[in-house]
Write a protein that binds this ligand. Structure first.
Ligand code: TYC
Length: 105
């Protein structure tokens, strides 16, 4: 490269200008299995808070039942936190030990 081009590259002037929009970090909302929460309660929670239809909600519930943990959805921090809180308070209000947690992607 020419001396001039080399100097420009070293100065970072050949970088493509990019719009400075940062995507927010994403978090998986996970549901954990337990021996007591009724299956239909878990399916209802997946439909109500994670916008799943009956079929998808049942698929996720059974995956959690057989494998111990499953992903309900992936969201920015504040939305994931709200969903965890909504699930945990509804489970508590119904006396179910269902656990819902979030984890950075
Ligand atoms: N294992 C529960 C049962 O047999 C069902 C269940 C599924 C509970 C998923 C929690 O996240 C869960 N009733």
């Amino acid at each position: 490269m020419s001396d001039k081009g080399d100097r420009r590259q070293q100065a970072g002037l050949l970088e493509k200008p990019r719009p400075k929009t940062k995507r927010p970090p994403l978090y998986k909302v996970l549901m954990l299995n337990d021996d007591y929460t009724p299956m239909d309660f878990v399916v209802m929670v997946l439909q109500r808070y994670f916008n799943k239809d009956q079929e998808e909600a049942t698929r996720i519930m059974l995956a959690v039942h057989y494998h111990g943990v499953g992903v309900c959805g992936v969201y920015p921090h504040e939305i994931a936190e709200t969903k965890v809180n909504q699930v945990m308070s509804l489970a508590k209000a119904h006396g179910h030990p269902l656990q819902c947690v979030m984890e950075k992607e």
